[in-house]
Design a protein around this ligand. Structure first.
Ligand code: ATP
Length: 231
């Protein structure tokens, strides 16, 4: 990796087929996501949005074309080194057994308590954490049953922020949040991620309107790319 650049994500003619499938799910995907910008992926259900973003942390490898981060083909980068650069938030927040604090520092063990608190604040999680008797030391029960879906999502988002990654990937991670929390969170996140590359699978129109670049997918192909005025 060239450390002077920070998180430029380039797809060049990417195609992808799941190992056990017969047909490609993605074809000829080409775009560049830049630091300081949000790139939103939209398209109907099954169009391949989640599949596309899952290729970036190499949950699967491309079957054609290439993905570059700061000019380096990710297939030549170890998964460990690659994932250090990425804050990935899945559709449903994932928590591990342990305290809220240990859940938030999962990607950045050395984060200070201030950094953890700041990440929780940006993710709009401070209020509910502080409402628990043990606050950041609250134990998450097996399967995270003592937190709601929206709280789980906010903790997952806070975990990604605490990692301070170059590339953020949000797979429709704001869906369990009410509109007000969603808007406040994204505003706080915007200033925090001013220099990061943000990729987001979006359902809500407000997310799309705030993106610098929108990639429209249909049946695994890019059918439109630009900002909302251009599209
Ligand atoms: P949604 O908006 O519903 O989340 P999406 O645009 O994110 O949809 P994907 O989840 O990427 O779409 O799915 C694209 C296609 O890939 C679908 O036809 C789906 O059935 C298929 N698919 C997804 N995951 C796998 C997998 N692990 N193995 C095989 N096929 C899969």
């Amino acid at each position: 990796f060239d450390n002077s650049k920070k998180g430029i994500v380039e797809f060049k003619n990417v195609s992808f087929k799941y190992p056990d499938a017969e047909e490609n799910i993605l074809n000829n995907i080409t775009f560049t996501a830049k630091p300081g910008e949000t790139t939103a992926f939209i398209g109907s259900t099954g169009s391949g949005k989640s599949t596309l973003i899952n290729l970036i942390p190499r949950f699967f490898d491309v079957t054609g074309g290439e993905i570059l981060i700061d000019g380096a083909n990710i297939k030549n980068v170890s998964k460990h080194e690659l994932r250090e650069k990425i804050g990935y938030v899945p559709q449903r927040g994932v928590l591990f057994s342990g305290t809220i604090d240990s859940n938030l520092r999962y990607g950045n063990i050395e984060a200070s308590h201030d950094e953890i608190e700041k990440a929780a604040r940006i993710a709009q999680a401070t209020e509910f954490i502080n409402s628990k008797p043990d606050k950041f030391d609250t134990e998450i029960s097996q399967g995270g049953t003592n937190v709601s879906g929206g709280q789980k999502q906010r903790l997952s988002i806070a975990r990604a922020i605490a990692k301070n990654p170059e590339v953020y990937i949000f797979d429709d991670s704001f869906s369990a949040l009410d509109f007000k929390t969603d808007a406040t969170l994204r505003k706080a996140l915007k200033s925090e991620t001013a220099e990061s590359t943000v990729l987001i699978v979006a359902q809500r129109i407000s997310t799309i309107l705030n993106a610098e670049q929108i990639v429209v997918l249909d049946e695994g192909e890019v059918v439109g790319i630009g900002n909302h005025k251009e599209l």
